[in-house]
Ligand binder design. Structure first.
Ligand code: BES
Ligand code: ZN
Ligand code: ZN
Length: 496
């Protein structure tokens, strides 16, 4: 979707008219350039109450001599939020059909900068579909949509800037969705790594390093190796560095990247097992954040590290009962091979904390079904050893309409995970209750201390099991992978 912001009064293509609830007229000043016939039709509809402009509503007008229009309801002005505006923008894109053509003119009038910006952002975010594996027929038309956005003179500069930023960040969201949606026969650990390597080649200010299977083994990454060794397609770690020349501690994003999670020997039931292709969405988001930062021109150093493996049952797979030694040197009793995400992250977190000089670390993982039980599809779970980091992530999520909800790291959960009879840590809670909290408590065991202190590096964990896909109330996406938290983390890191 191409966005042009201008003050031009001409209407190109279909007129898109955002309206506050119960408007009886077009906003004064917004009629300029609108053909009289179309204006009369719009005002008749509004005055008759045939379009109430409730939030989430839209109406197409066609067949008038003055051209076509798409009326969009914004809901009540006094109740408007950034998210309600994004949702109205997304509604425009979702409503587009052949009849509207590929050129639109959005006419804003008398609206706040932030509201207009969010509306445009919603239009952009919803403009995504995953058709890589669909054959094209004569009817398919993938011409890009061009949107002319008009508003008052004095507001155009700010709106042009925010639209440009939204478009840049959206490239990261789209990439995360592409990676998440890719079928698991094509998206395996080294395929992800190759795509990352290509990204590194393309950008002068990006370094990409890969730790392959043999290297991971010699480094003693028993968590990653244990999970990935049952698959013919071997595990690896990908390290991204944006602006590597800038020195000093930097934000670090860590992703769970299980390209397919069968559960391993503790195999999952068949229904919906196909959805476990999304089990690498933590890594998809990590890569997406890197793309978003590069596209928006971020100038400081940021690190990403993704822990890639395919969790398969085989004669070479790890077994329930195995004890592995992780990169940290701590041993783990593997009681359930389906609790694999925490094992690969244990190595990723320890490596990031000891080798990559992070100022803080945030991991993202489709880690537990229990998190979906707790929060549904409405929010990601958020755990942290640092209140300031937790509050900053929560605020960034709220700002972006990607809710991250605080969850507890009670000492009792840590105790539960460290009372294995034969190892330092166990990968399964003692019972089934609080499963997302015990998983977070497990991860905390693999956050190194800062330098020689006895204080851990600030760390946060986002369980995105409920938000990475299948969230029907997420209006920014039609179906499939959501690209969740690319925007949250871009906003957190850049303040933009
Ligand atoms: N990838 C799954 C978690 C998951 C399940 C995400 C459903 C999204 C939807 C994870 O690896 C897993 O299997 N976790 C187990 C942990 C359990 C064995 C302690 C779970 O949640 O059941
Ligand atoms: Zn699993
Ligand atoms: Zn998993």
């Amino acid at each position: 979707m191409k966005i042009n912001v201008n003050t031009n009064e001409n209407i190109n293509g279909t007129l898109v008219l955002p309206l506050w609830q119960d408007s009886k007229n077009m906003a004064t000043g917004s009629e300029s350039g609108v053909h009289r016939g179309l204006k009369t039709q719009i005002e008749t509809i509004l005055q008759d109450g045939d379009f109430k402009a409730k939030s989430g509503s839209a109406m197409t007008l066609a067949g008038t001599e003055g051209g076509k229009a798409l009326l969009v309801g914004l809901g009540k002005e006094e109740e408007a939020t950034l998210q309600s505006m994004r949702e109205s923008g997304a509604k425009v894109t979702a409503s587009l059909a052949k009849i509207h053509g590929k050129t639109l003119t959005v006419k804003f009038h008398g609206m706040e900068d932030a509201h207009m910006g969010a509306f445009v952002e919603g239009m952009i975010l919803r403009d995504y579909s995953y058709d890589h594996y669909k054959s094209k027929d004569e009817d398919s038309d993938d011409t890009e949509i061009t949107v002319n956005v008009t508003c008052e003179d004095e507001k155009t500069e700010a709106l042009a800037k925010s639209s440009e930023l939204s478009s840049a960040v959206a490239t990261g969201v789209y990439l995360a969705r592409d990676l998440g949606n890719a079928p698991p026969n094509d998206m395996y650990p080294m395929a992800f790594a190759e795509q990352a390597r290509e990204f590194g080649r393309k950008h002068d200010n990006v370094d990409v390093k890969i730790i392959n299977y043999d290297e991971a083994r010699s480094l003693g990454m028993g968590g990653l190796v244990g999970v990935g060794m049952g698959s013919y397609r071997k595990p690896c770690i990908v390290i991204f560095e944006i602006n590597p020349d800038k020195s000093g501690p930097s934000p670090c994003i860590v992703g769970k990247g299980i390209t397919f999670d069968t559960g391993g020997i503790s195999i999952k039931p068949s229904p919906s097992m196909d959805e476990m292709k999304y089990d690498m969405h933590g890594s998809a988001t990590t890569f997406g954040v890197m793309q978003a930062l590069v596209a928006s021109g971020h100038k400081d150093r940021v690190i990403g590290i993704t822990c890639m493996a395919e969790n398969m049952p085989s004669s070479n797979a790890q077994r329930p009962g195995d004890v592995i030694t992780t990169y940290s040197g701590k041993t783990v009793e593997v009681l359930n091979t389906d609790a694999e995400g925490r094992l690969v992250l244990a190595d990723g977190l320890w490596f990031a904390g000891t080798e990559l000089n992070p100022s803080y670390m945030i991991d993202l993982a489709t880690l537990t079904g229990a998190c979906v039980v707790a929060l549904g599809h409405e929010a990601s779970g958020l755990w942290s050893n640092n209140d300031e980091l937790l509050n900053n992530i929560k605020a960034a999520g709220e700002h972006c309409g990607e809710i991250a909800w605080p969850m507890p790291l009670f000492k009792a959960f840590e105790k539960e995970m460290t009372d294995s009879k034969i190892a330092d840590v166990r990968n399964l809670g003692a019972g089934r209750w609080g499963g997302s909290n015990t998983a977070a408590a497990f991860l905390k065991q693999f956050v190194p201390n800062m330098g020689d202190t006895d204080e851990q590096i600030p760390w946060a964990h986002l369980d995105i099991a409920g938000t990475a896909w299948g969230a029907k109330t997420n209006k920014m996406v039609k179906t499939g992978a959501t690209g969740i938290h690319v925007r949250t983390l871009h906003h957190l890191i850049t303040g933009q």
